[in-house]
Design a protein around this ligand. Sequence first.
Ligand SMILES: COCc1ccccc1-c1cc(O)c2[nH]cnc(=O)c2c1
Ligand SMILES: [Mg+2]
Length: 214
Amino acid sequence: TQSTRPQRLLHAVQKNATRGDPRSVVKAIDNFCRQKEWAMNVGDEKGCILDSVVSEVNPVTVLELGTYCGYSTVRIASLLPPRAKIITLEFNPDYAKIARQVIAWAGLEDKIQVVEGPSGEWIPKMKEQFGVKTFDLVFLDHWKDRYLPDTKLLEDCGLLRKGSILLADNVICPGTPDYLEYVRNSPRYKSQYFKSHLEYTKAEDGLEKSVFLG
Ligand SMILES: COCc1ccccc1-c1cc(O)c2[nH]cnc(=O)c2c1
Ligand SMILES: [Mg+2]
């Protein structure tokens, strides 16, 4: 039977990356996506912006919305201090299955919890299910029409604290106009746009970094 693109991406990792070496996993995926098949990872260019924000925030608790194959999950986790943890939510079970194997290849299972299901259902359960108080960093990279409702849900569930950082992918392409309007105009956020390109292409895209002011 025909393999899927995530399966072919995983095979490229297992063939070309060194077990236990997260940076080689990131490199192998970027090479696969540049040389073989485009895939919707945040990619190397926006990935450098992601790295700089993670390094600056030095988060202890991270929430990622949208795991896909685990590229950004591995990228973030490889920069975290020892006790820090990421919870990453993925709606698609086939993607989650691949992501767990990519994360295992990178040797980062202890820092990452992959949770399957709709973000709208899981966010209200974060405190009781995972003992989370608040998130230091949230990386939004899932369905574009969920960015705004999930952000409001995070606020309502008391999962953001003064200084929590929201970093959102694809705010230009495919685009998240309602989310951008909200974080750029709400008095509760200080927002900043990092211009870049859609992964592995010349099309414009960018990341929006928003600080929750409480
Ligand atoms: C399935 O569309 C793929 C696609 C096609 C054209 C342009 C952008 C995208 C795209 C790029 C991304 O980084 C994405 N990140 C997370 N969830 C997405 O759905 C997503 C889509
Ligand atoms: Mg994306």
